[in-house]
Design a protein around this ligand. Structure first.
Ligand SMILES: NC(=O)c1ccc[n+]([C@@H]2O[C@H](COP(=O)([O-])OP(=O)(O)OC[C@H]3O[C@@H](n4cnc5c(N)ncnc54)[C@H](OP(=O)(O)O)[C@@H]3O)[C@@H](O)[C@H]2O)c1
Length: 288
């Protein structure tokens, strides 16, 4: 099933797993508001299969997407999983009946969520679990110690391969790293929202991956005059420029753009290979 296509950005060593820097974020496969089944079930399955066929070896998910819906789609589309595939999931939030994302991060919550992810993905060990802090508004101060201790314990029990953190402040990141080794940080970042620049540089120096969510702006597509100008000059789309810029920003950045369409997935792969000159980058840097 897996082809040897060379994807833009090459590969990154994520702990003991090698992943393509061009990955896939599966959140948008659920229904509206990341709740319930997709409108186009077969289309969702096709996107997941095409991602792997294009050579992608890093898929991002969460038991909270749907909830359970996206994990079950991944299992349906890709099980038995290729050995090369790394599936990253997240714990730290549940879903309520109105589509909210209530935080749920007591040790009991985290153990339950890890077991739920194991069941819905159909595996005995999760490749990578991100401890998601904060909420929909972004990172928020608060202790992460107990949460990381719980994930480290689950890792020692063999239920988790690697551990990462998500939606964290710089302080939470530092504390997390004191509790247990982490392989990645997944925070919101894109060329219009560069609040994590210092964190990215520090992680790059330490060999830890940074996985920006909302690389294309998430639910609100990225828009900026400089972005449109560079895209027009290069005869490319703003999305291609945004992805190429991230790949060129730092070697430790891993892409997980989301899409529910095979055509968009392929356009994004092709677009991310765009080569930006120093002049292009300087113009794009002015956006932030
Ligand atoms: N840790 C966290 O708290 C957290 C939070 C949010 C997301 N995430 C993860 O990050 C991943 C990426 O975020 P995201 O998917 O929400 O946002 P995103 O990648 O920034 O953007 C996805 C949106 O862009 C559209 N799109 C993608 N390619 C396109 C193209 N070539 N042309 C036109 N439209 C295109 C998609 O619509 P179409 O479906 O129509 O292509 C979708 O609406 C998620 O899938 C999820 O795995 C993590």
């Amino acid at each position: 099933m897996t082809t040897s296509t060379t994807l833009p950005g090459g590969t990154w060593q994520l702990g003991d797993r090698t992943v393509t820097r061009f990955g896939y974020g599966a959140m948008q496969l659920a229904g509206p508001g990341v709740m319930g089944p997709p409108a186009d079930h077969d289309g969702a399955i096709a996107v997941l299969r095409d991602a792997v066929e294009q050579g992608i070896t890093h898929v991002d998910t969460s038991g909270a997407y749907g909830p359970d819906v996206v994990n079950e789609l991944i299992r349906q589309a890709l099980y038995p999983y290729p050995e090369s595939l790394t599936i990253a999931t997240k714990v730290g939030a549940d879903r309520d009946g109105r589509g909210g994302w209530p935080t749920a991060r007591t040790p009991a919550d985290l153990r339950r969520q890890v077991h739920d992810n194991l069941a819905t993905l159909g595996v005995e060990r999760l490749d990578l679990v991100n401890m998601r802090m904060g909420d929909a508004a972004g990172p928020a101060p608060g202790s992460i110690t107990e949460q990381m201790e719980t994930l480290a314990e689950l890792q020692q029990q063999g239920l988790i391969g690697q551990v990462g953190v998500s939606n964290v402040t710089a302080e939470q990141l530092a504390t997390a790293r004191e509790v247990t080794p982490i392989v990645c940080v997944q925070n919101m970042y894109n060329l219009a929202g560069r609040w994590d620049d210092p964190i990215i540089d520090r992680l790059a120096a330490d060999g830890i991956a940074y996985v920006p969510f909302f690389p294309l702006g998430g639910f609100t597509p990225l828009q900026a005059d400089a972005l449109s100008a560079v895209a027009a000059r290069l005869d490319a789309t703003p999305m291609a420029v945004a992805l190429a810029w991230l790949l060129q920003r730092s070697d430790n950045i891993l892409l997980i753009p989301g899409t529910s369409k095979v055509t968009h997935l392929r356009a994004n792969i092709a677009g991310a290979a765009l080569s930006l000159t120093a002049h292009d980058v300087a113009e794009l840097d002015s956006i932030a």
